[in-house]
Design a protein. Structure first.
Length: 605
């Protein structure tokens, strides 16, 4: 028998119960019951009606999918059963005690009520369900996303001359004067001019003699609108950010200017008027800052990647115009198409280029030479703008990918008829094709034929399914992650190849099975649900998992940009709070489950 006191004591150490007010916790605890299970005993089977939300108090529980494959081994403080409860009340997996185990069970009605009425509960268990759609404007940006995290500081006793050198060496226009981490004053370049040079003050005097005492400050939770109002009303250009009396950052007029300079509207204007590749490269250099702003505004991940991809599309179209100005107008119709992440509108802070050129069948050999020059110009320009050359040379500048429409039709026919390893790889990338510029009439027939032929060829679909299962989520035993074991990224997980790519691969297969023309992963899964390619419950679970994984990836990259580092896809799970790690792993479990389901269905067909 597990006593109420034991249940309360355990809940007090487990998230999200540990953040609940005492009275709320006591009331909720009354809806829990304790149960003991022997090793090997089934807690519930796939498809059964769930008796509630399960929480491991001691021991371990093995979770298996519908095919019997293990997807997780849960330990103390881990929940399970919430997916089914939030959906239709039926178990989406099978749970079995791996050894003697003690579980707490929260009644279904109490669980759903808690999710609906307790914010901390809702945040924990609705992970990925609600997708924020906040504005990305400066007015709603938090100061923490704008400020310099490590402002230059000095002690009050530092000389004016030494402070001036400090500004010069760090290329800053202000220095915060601190004592024991607390802000006591602020010195700016204007102070050096007006109070030192203009008044002939001795540079060996202490900086405290010229600093502005008790400067105006804001806290990290303030919004961009607060920054602008304070700066304008007080005619200041430097605003220290203080939390708990301690200096934590600095926002300057330069930061505000940079924000507007990195806004999409400004970038579009600058790109549309750029007269050279160098001008365009100067604009795309602001992309990391742009990504950080979008993520900081808590936009849904697919909105962020769409906006980032839009910039790549604009760059491509501008380069094509510059190319036609240099080489003359195109002799026959053509279509420039993007594939890969640009084709899916899923670019992040790091993207190489994947593209191709489809030329009207009427083109002569001489005219094809024109398009090869044009392709080289655009691909070189994209590389100069930060969209580096594709390592696999899947670019229009490669003769193989700059061809007449008939040749492209032959490519797809061959890949579908003989789906060897190379054909699978190429088809995987090329099925993400999206028109960027030119005559779209060259694309529609090609896509229609390819989708129709592929969906009718069961062998090709089977090969594509097998190829899609090569990238697996980084799930380890004992509720952990399978991290990279050695090298530069040791103890990290690859949020691209083991994070979003498995979902991208699933979406691509669903699109082939349902002859779905969409290239975007989220749109493909949505359409697959509507077309009945996958169940509504499974599809919604997959969308929630994808949202979680893709959001964590973007937040990781934005944090790197904020710290002045180059963004990448390698994230250490230890960098996440415990409950976020749990959510991420649960998302990976869902993806693994959907992979298992796809593999099982392929084996039966």
């Amino acid at each position: 028998m597990i006593t109420p006191a034991e249940i309360i004591a355990f809940l007090e150490t487990t998230h999200p119960y540990d953040v609940l007010p005492r009275e709320e916790l006591l009331e909720l605890s009354q809806s829990f019951s304790g149960r003991r299970y022997a090793g090997g005993e089934v807690v519930y089977a796939h498809g059964e009606l769930l008796e509630g939300l399960y929480l491991v108090m001691s021991g371990s529980v093995e979770i298996t999918d519908a095919g019997g494959a293990q997807v997780s081994l849960l330990q103390r403080s881990n929940h399970f059963g919430e997916r089914g409860l939030l959906r239709d009340g039926l178990a989406a997996t099978t749970a079995r005690a791996a050894g003697e185990a003690v579980l707490l069970v929260l009644a279904p009605d109490a669980f759903r009520t808690a999710v609906a009425t307790i914010p901390a509960f809702a945040r924990y268990f609705n992970r990925g369900q609600a997708r924020a759609q906040s504005s990305a404007g400066l007015m709603t940006q938090h100061v923490a996303e704008l400020m310099a995290d490590a402002p230059v500081t000095c002690a009050p006793g530092l000389t004016i001359a030494e402070c001036a050198k400090l500004m010069r060496d760090n290329r800053v226009s202000s220095v915060a004067v601190t004592e024991d981490g607390e802000l006591v004053g602020l010195v700016t370049v204007r102070d050096m001019t007006n109070k030192v040079l203009a008044d002939g003050r001795d540079p060996s005097c202490a900086v405290s003699a010229i600093m502005a005492r008790a400067p105006i400050t804001l806290d990290p939770g303030a919004l961009g609108t607060d920054v602008i109002h304070v700066m304008l009303e007080n005619r200041i250009g430097h605003l220290p950010i203080v939390e708990g009396g301690k200096l934590v950052g600095m926002v300057t007029q330069t930061d505000i200017t940079r924000f507007f300079g990195s806004s999409q509207t400004q970038m579009v204007f600058d790109l549309s008027t750029a007269r050279s590749i160098a001008d365009m490269a100067a604009v795309t250099a602001r992309l990391p800052e742009f990504l950080m702003q979008l993520v900081g505004s808590h936009l849904a991940h697919d909105v962020v990647t769409r906006k980032v991809t839009d910039v790549a599309d604009i760059v491509t179209r501008r380069l094509l115009k510059l190319a036609e100005e240099e080489f003359g107008p195109a002799p026959v119709p053509y279509l420039w198409a993007a594939c890969g992440s640009q084709g899916r509108r899923e670019q992040t802070g790091i993207s190489d280029q994947d593209n191709c050129l489809i030329v009207d069948n009427a083109a002569t050999e001489e005219e094809m030479a024109y398009f090869r020059r044009l392709a080289r110009f655009v691909c070189d320009g994209l590389d100069a703008c930060g969209y580096v050359y594709c390592p696999g040379e899947m670019m229009a500048m490669t003769p193989r990918w700059c061809q007449r429409q008939a040749v492209w039709e032959g490519y797809f026919e061959k890949w579908i008829a003989a789906p060897d390893t190379e054909a699978q790889m190429l088809a995987s990338v090329m099925y993400d094709l999206r028109p960027i510029a030119g005559d779209e009439r060259l694309f529609a027939p090609l896509q229609d034929k390819a989708l129709h032929a592929a969906s009718r060829n069961s062998i090709f679909v089977a090969h594509m399914i097998a190829n899609s299962l090569k990238h697996t989520p980084p799930l380890g035993l004992l509720r952990g992650f399978a991290t990279i074991r050695s090298g530069e990224h040791r103890n990290a997980i690859d949020m691209k190849h083991n994070g979003v790519v498995p979902v991208v691969d699933l979406g691509r297969v669903y699109a082939l099975q349902g002859r779905i023309p969409a290239a975007n992963t989220r749109a493909r899964i949505d359409a697959a649900i509507e077309a009945g390619v996958i169940s509504e419950s499974g599809g919604k679970d997959l969308l929630a998992a994808y949202d979680t994984i893709a959001t964590v990836r973007l937040e990781h990259q934005a944090a790197q940009v904020r710290e002045g580092r180059k963004p990448d896809n390698f994230m250490s799970p230890s960098a996440l709070p415990a409950f976020e790690r749990s959510h991420l792993r649960d998302a990976f479990v869902i993806v693994r489950t959907m992979q298992s389901s796809l593999g099982a269905s392929a084996a039966r067909s």
